[in-house]
Write a protein that binds this ligand. Structure first.
Ligand code: FPP
Length: 247
């Protein structure tokens, strides 16, 4: 493990890492356990990954914790996920403070149970001054919904002569997304062998690198994180230019 960590170039870290944490259910099924146990073990990977990203010096980590589509799961499972969220927020406040991590949340947060909203707002307020890393939880998040609300806000401003339609460009759109205070995503990791984006940060991943692993989220260790970052660092990001222009 140490061996892999030493291969990471601390000067070439992704400034924004986004993770689609997938496979909790399958992990549990393989072991003959309830899906809830899979999610519980998923929270252990969350904690480990947050700590290791902070230790490496990654400035922005975004985790897809609950999508707008996840509301369609059985009520019992939704309740379990909400309970886990509340207990993790309570439990991890100390870790966030110790590691100087600011908590942020994106998504249609008003759809979350009030208890979750309250806990979330409390941790967000208490960690607001932390500067080492921003941890963003995508909760009740859907990228198309995010884009729709941005278009609505922008068109309201145009209608009320606050901005002219000529001024609409990438900056204006960025400013109206839930992620307005975050840089573009550099690296997306998805676990569990699925090769999909599932309505996650569609605009923000325009130039991101993708890393897919068959490992199920509860088995995602620091070693897996390091492998993903090393793979990212070995790629040439050309942003549409030629190889020669980059070097
Ligand atoms: C995907 O596994 C995972 C989720 C839908 C939720 C992720 C939530 C956690 C890791 C726990 C709580 C989060 C935090 C931030 C404390 P899946 O259920 O889709 O797995 P499957 O595809 O194998 O069924």
């Amino acid at each position: 493990m140490k061996h892999l960590e030493t291969q990471i170039n601390k000067l070439k870290l992704p400034s924004h890492l986004a993770i689609i944490m997938d496979g909790n259910g399958r992990w549990a099924k393989q072991k003959g356990l309830l899906r809830a146990v899979g999610h519980e073990n998923g929270t252990k990977s969350v904690r480990l990954t947050v700590e290791n990203c902070a230790k490496l010096g990654i400035k922005n980590l975004t985790l897809y914790a609950f999508s707008t589509e996840n509301w369609n799961r059985p009520k019992l499972e939704v309740d379990t996920l909400m309970k886990l969220l509340i207990s993790s927020l309570k439990k991890e406040l100390k870790t966030l403070q110790e590691n100087k991590i600011r908590l942020n949340a994106i998504g249609n947060l008003t759809n979350l149970p009030e208890k979750v909203q309250r806990e979330l707002q409390e941790v967000i307020a208490k960690t607001a001054e932390n500067k080492h890393m921003t941890l963003t939880l995508a909760l009740s998040y859907g990228s198309r919904e995010e884009l729709i609300q941005a278009v609505k806000k922008i068109s309201d401003k145009v209608k009320n002569n606050i901005i002219s339609s000529d001024a609409i460009g990438e900056n204006i759109i960025n400013e109206h997304l839930y992620t307005h205070n975050l840089p573009d995503v550099d690296l997306v990791i998805r676990t569990s062998g699925e090769h999909r984006l599932s309505n996650f940060l569609l605009w923000q991943v325009a130039y991101a690198e993708f890393y897919f692993t068959d490992v199920l989220w509860p088995d995602f260790t620091e070693e897996e994180l390091y492998k993903a970052i090393i793979s990212f660092q070995n790629r040439e990001r050309r942003f549409g230019k030629t190889s020669e222009q980059i070097s």
